[in-house]
Design a protein around this ligand. Structure first.
Ligand SMILES: Cc1ncc(COP(=O)(O)O)c(C=O)c1O
Length: 350
């Protein structure tokens, strides 16, 4: 299993840590989601609807996607597994560094991984030409929108070229949009009718609504492909509490997300400036997290931040990055100020 952020459970008194290692909306979960989840506990003595009809039809109304093409799962992670297992692609093409789970799942299933390196010197630009050129029949190519950990968003033109090449060659394109709603400006997506057989969009309530503990994600696909992916999930892929919270988010969440985006833009700018002043190289990106390079290695930075009970994501486990790269979630202005002043102390002790 690869290293992921949010490892508070490795620490003493887990809830006391200020976690910059997981990129979760710092202003959530919203009260309406918590309230709905609490109410749903009354139904814990029944099996949930194995077809998740209420949630899938609400998702169809909000997204405009056909309900038959919507699959829900126990977080986006669950759907990544089912997707790879059901498609069994000939090869998995990926631009790295990116979210480690994709490659891990492919390797577990013995699917060959073809990695295209992203480089710091050009701002981790996506090698679209090379990816399109290499795509062949039966391949799966994945675009993380925006990319984790680099924060760079794919342009509409880049995504269009990938989809065009995938469609022409009989390959599939998966776009992971789990962070898209927290991106400022919001990165482009697809609105297609009819829906291309080779296109999959992956989303979750995890980051947007700060509900990583409830595990609700969903996939938009063609009806035929959706049925295939669904057959690789367990009979009750989400629980009644998560489903109720997700429903409340769909019903009442639009203004919450708009408000959080506006706050993120301000918090992000302040954090970027503060980090640059403290000597960090901050890579350009649009996401609710920042990839930075430091003159101090991540291990010693993390050690220095322990007395402040602050967690950061070291990036040495990502292909192409070393321990001088760290990823920091953008949190509230107050939390960011705590991090910046802690860093000040850590660096003053050099
Ligand atoms: C890009 C990306 N996609 C998917 C996931 C998994 O999301 P979930 O917690 O909904 O399984 C993560 C988790 O960090 C992620 O970074």
């Amino acid at each position: 299993m690869s290293l992921h952020g949010g490892r508070i459970w490795d620490c003493d008194d887990p809830r006391s840590w200020l976690d910059f290692s997981a990129n979760i909306n710092p202003w959530g979960p919203p009260a309406f989601a918590v309230e709905a989840a609490r109410e749903a506990l009354h139904w814990a003595d029944r099996y949930p609807d194995s077809e998740s009809r209420a949630l899938r039809s609400a998702l169809a109304s909000v997204t405009g996607h056909a309900v038959e093409g919507i699959v829900v799962g126990n977080g986006a992670g669950d759907l990544i597994r089912a997707l790879f297992a059901s498609l069994r692609p000939r090869r998995f093409l990926t631009a790295e560094p990116t979210f480690a789970e994709y490659g891990d799942v492919a390797r577990t299933l013995e699917i060959p991984v073809v990695s295209f390196p992203l480089r710091p010197d050009d701002g981790f630009a996506f090698p679209v030409e090379a990816l399109c050129g290499a795509l062949g029949g039966g391949d799966l190519v994945l675009a993380c929108q925006p990319n984790n950990p680099t924060g760079r968003a794919w342009t509409a033109e880049e995504l269009g070229r990938l989809l065009g090449a995938a469609t022409a060659r009989g390959a599939v394109l998966v776009v992971d949009e789990c962070f898209r709603n927290l991106t400022v400006p919001r990165g482009p997506s697809f609105q297609c009718a009819p829906w291309p057989e080779g296109l999959f969009l992956l989303r979750a309530f995890t980051k947007d609504f700060s509900l990583p503990g409830l595990r609700v994600g969903y996939l938009l696909a063609s009806p035929q492909r959706a049925t295939m992916v669904r057959s690789f999930l367990q009979p009750w892929p989400i629980n009644c509490v998560g489903e109720a919270a997700a429903l409340a988010c769909l019903e009442k969440g639009a203004s919450f997300i708009a408000d959080c985006q506006a706050r993120l833009a301000i918090a992000r700018q302040g954090l970027e400036e503060g980090l640059r002043i403290r000597g960090f190289q901050v890579f350009p990106g649009a996401a609710n997290y920042l990839l930075c390079r430091s003159s101090r290695d991540g291990a010693s930075l993390q050690r220095g931040l322990v007395p402040f009970r602050i967690l950061i994501r070291r990036c040495h486990s990502f292909p192409g990055l070393d321990d001088f790269f760290i990823r920091l979630a953008v949190r509230s202005v107050e939390d960011n100020a705590r991090l910046l002043s802690a860093l000040e102390v850590v660096f003053s002790g050099e």
